[in-house]
Design a protein around this ligand. Structure first.
Ligand code: MG
Length: 381
């Protein structure tokens, strides 16, 4: 039985995690849940799963929840609440699925309390991958991937060291504008918010869906892979695979390739992270080979999707630059969704912010957070 703390229980990954816990009641116990704003769903989840503690962002909502739940469950709030849950003595693993940078401090708190962490919030590894992985080594805990691509690579690597790897291949669906005939570069300025929010193969949160359309999601995943698997950026490649069946691949030094496949369902990587090193029987994910027809692969187009080049640059230069890329992208996506900038300007905003940044090498956490704040301000200009 694993005692799981779930930070971000009402979002897309959070609700899938709750499903996985319901599939495997003999293996997974949700002992704490944290949500941002959706106190109604958090209340439902709490009544059903009876965690020992919960947390919500807004203190006023915490008071309402306390009244509704009585003494059955401890109710915390705000950033402090997340830190409390992350370090609960009974916890075995903390799954962090909070959008944005708010997951970083709870991740470090969990590691320092000796907990394994399962990371769904890419920002944690993109911004502070070196610090997080160093702390995990120091405290002897695991950092498990919840992202489908990184889970695939983790499953294929199966403990082999980076020295046995020629290249990690992240697969990308290519997003809704993959087809160069339908969507030549000249038409990118006409892309509407509604069109960009229609993802061909995955149903996800709004920010990550826009990131999949620009390919910034894949760019962030390249940096994530670089830290998670302790491998330099030059050995992290991207291949477009529109069917989203091959979730990623490892090419070993002898030329052999291992891939992990299934119909796309986030419950699978979540389950693997929470049951690792076991595989738990579940009927949820089924792959019907005759229905798959063909699996295709193509090189990404850097002309139409410069996000990959920007992410490679950020990952190679390192220091505070990945945090700047991440923060500028968040601001630009927000501006696009609010119809203040057009689709190509998302990438332009990130490039402009990166160009204006004075990179700090080997930054402290404080310097990373300062670069994040600086980039948000700069990107909004
Ligand atoms: Mg992914």
């Amino acid at each position: 039985m694993k005692n799981v703390v779930l930070l971000g229980s009402t979002g897309s990954i959070g609700t899938s995690t709750v499903k996985v816990a319901e599939d495997l009641p003999e293996r997974i116990r949700l002992i704490a849940l944290a949500a941002g704003n959706n106190s109604e769903l958090l209340l439902d989840q709490t009544r059903k799963h009876q965690p020992a503690a919960i947390s919500i962002h807004d203190p006023a909502k915490a008071i309402e929840l306390r009244e509704a739940l009585g003494t059955a469950c401890e109710v915390f709030f705000g950033a402090e609440g997340l830190l409390k849950l992350a370090a609960l003595p009974e916890a075995d693993i903390v799954l962090i699925a909070i959008v944005g940078t708010a997951g970083l401090q709870p991740a470090l708190a969990a590691i320092r309390a000796g907990k394994d962490i399962a990371v769904a919030s890419k920002e944690i590894l993109v911004m502070a991958g070196e610090i997080v992985m160093n702390e995990a080594r120091k405290y002897g805990v695991r950092v498990l991937a919840v992202d489908s691509e990184h889970s695939a690579i983790f499953q294929c690597l199966d403990g082999k060291p980076a020295a046995s790897v020629r290249k990690l291949w992240l697969t990308a669906s290519g997003g809704p504008f993959r087809d160069a005939q339908l969507w030549p570069k000249e038409k990118f300025a006409e892309i509407t918010v509604e069109r960009a929010l229609k993802h061909p193969s995955w149903v996800m949160g709004r920010k990550i869906t826009i990131d999949s359309a620009t390919l910034f999601n894949k760019g962030l995943e390249m940096i994530e892979a670089r830290w998670l698997f302790d491998i330099e950026m030059a050995r992290v490649g991207v291949v477009v695979h529109p069917q989203s069946i091959v979730h990623s691949m490892v090419e070993f030094v002898d030329g052999s390739l291992l891939a992990q496949l299934s119909t796309p369902d986030m419950c699978l990587p979540i389950q693997y992270a929470l049951t690792y090193p076991d595989r738990a029987a579940s009927d949820r994910v089924q792959t019907d080979f005759p229905k798959l027809s063909s699996l295709t692969f193509e090189a990404p187009d850097p002309e139409r999707f410069p996000a990959l080049t920007l992410a490679r640059r950020a990952g190679e230069e390192g220091g505070t630059l990945p945090a700047v890329l991440n923060a500028a992208n968040e601001i630009a996506v927000e501006a696009f969704v609010n119809r203040k900038i057009n689709f190509p300007q998302i990438t332009e905003t990130v490039r402009r912010t990166m160009d204006a940044h004075q990179v700090v090498a080997q930054p402290t956490l404080e310097q990373i957070l300062a670069a994040d704040v600086w980039a948000r301000h700069e990107a909004a200009l």
